[in-house]
Design a protein around this ligand. Sequence first.
Ligand code: HSE
Length: 439
Amino acid sequence: MNPVKVGLLGLGTVGGGTVNVLKRNAKEIARRAGRGIVIVQAAARDLNKPRICDTTGIKLGTDPNEVVNNPEVEIVIELIGGDTLAKEMVLKAIEQGKHVVTANKALIAKHGNEIFAKAQAKGVIVAFEAAVAGGIPIIKAIREGLAGNQIQWLAGIINGTGNFILTEMRDKGRDFDDVLQEAQALGYAEADPTFDVEGIDAAHKLTILASIAFGIPLQFNKTYTEGITRITREDVTYAEALGYRIKHLGVARRTAKGIELRVHPTLIPARRLIANVDGVKNAVLVMGDAVGPTLYYGAGAGAEPTASAVVADLVDVVRAMTADPENRVPHLAFQADALANDPILSMDEVETAYYLRMQALDKPGVMARVASILGEQQISIEAIIQKEPLEDSQFANIIMLTHRVQEKQMNQALAKIESLDTIDGRVTRIRLETLDSSK
Ligand code: HSE
C-alpha cells in the first residue's frame, strides 16, 4: 500500500523531533500502522533557522496554506502554536476533509468545542495526545483505558518548566530566573514563558483532561489559574519540615455540587509517588471508581518525547482512516451529543486544606486571637509551628496546617487575620491536598 502523505506546519522543537522520529522508526511505524507515514511538505516561518532535523525529501516553504492546500496531503500536523494562525489552518484542513494532529493545548482548550464540532461534521479526526503532558499517553489512558470508570478526580504535574524550576530551587537553591532561562534553552518553556510560570499552560492542559475525564465541554475560561511566582524558599523549607512537598498541580474533581477545575501550587504529602516527580517530568494521578488510583509518569516536554505522542496520533489516525466515523473514539471521550452540563464551581465553593504562614508580633494572646478567628469560621487547625523571631525582628513566623474548609470561609478568616495590628502584611496561603483515595 502507498504511504500516507502528511503535511507539517512548524519545524521548531517538536516539529524537528517529529521528523526525526518518523524517519528513524519508519519501519516499525509502518508495521504498526499498516502503511508507511511520510512527511511530504512542511512550512516554517524562517527557512534559514538552524534545524534539529534533516529535511531531505520534504518540500519546504514559508506558507502553511500551501501545505494544507496540497491535494496529496491527507493528514496535517499542526505544530505552529498559538491560537490565531494555527486555528485558521486547522479549520482550513478540516474544511478540506483532512485529518489533523496537533500538540496545541491553547488551541484545543480555547477553541476545541468549535474545532471538534466542525471535524465531526466533516467526518475527520483531530488528534491531540501531544497537547497534554508531552510524551505521556494520558489522553489515550483516560479516553480509552479508563472508559469503564466514573472518574472521580485527577491531579497532575502538567507543566515541565514549572516543575523543573521548583525542583532546582528546592534541591540546588538556584534562582527562579536562572532556571527559567535554562528551561528556555532546552526547548521546554513556552514561547511566552509567563504561560509556564503563571499556570496558563497547565490550565490549558487541565481543561482538556477534565473534559475527557468527565465528559463536559472544554471550559478554559472557568479554570482557576495561579502560578508559581510567589512560592518562596522559606515555604518550600517549612513544607518539607511538615512532611510535604510543594508542587504546581492541576486538579479536576467531580463533587455533588459541580466540578472543581483549578491550577495552583499545592502542598502534597512527601510520601506520595507524585510528590517525587522532579525536573521536567510530568505525572498525572487519576482516580477511577473501579480501578482506584492510577499514576502516569514521563517526560512532559522536549522534542522527541512530544514527537512520540504526535507520531502515536499519526498511527492512530492512519489505522482509523478507513473506519466508519461513527465507530471512532469520540474527540472528548464521550459521544458529542452526550456531553454533560455540570457546573464548574467557583473557587469560593472549592474545599481544600491549607498551609498558612504569617508574621505575628511575638507577644501574649496573638496566637490565641488568630486561632479564635479561624474557629469562628469553623476552620480547624491540624498543626502549628512557631519560629522565634530573628534577632533584628519583633515578628515570629507562624506556620499552620488546617483541615479542609471552603475557600470562602478561609477568605473571610484571612481578611480578619490580616486586619489585626499584631499581624504583619499578608498571610501566605497554599492549598493542601492529601491525594488519598477518599478525597
Ligand atoms: N512549556 C510546556 C511545559 C511544554 O513546560 O510543560 C509542554 O507542553
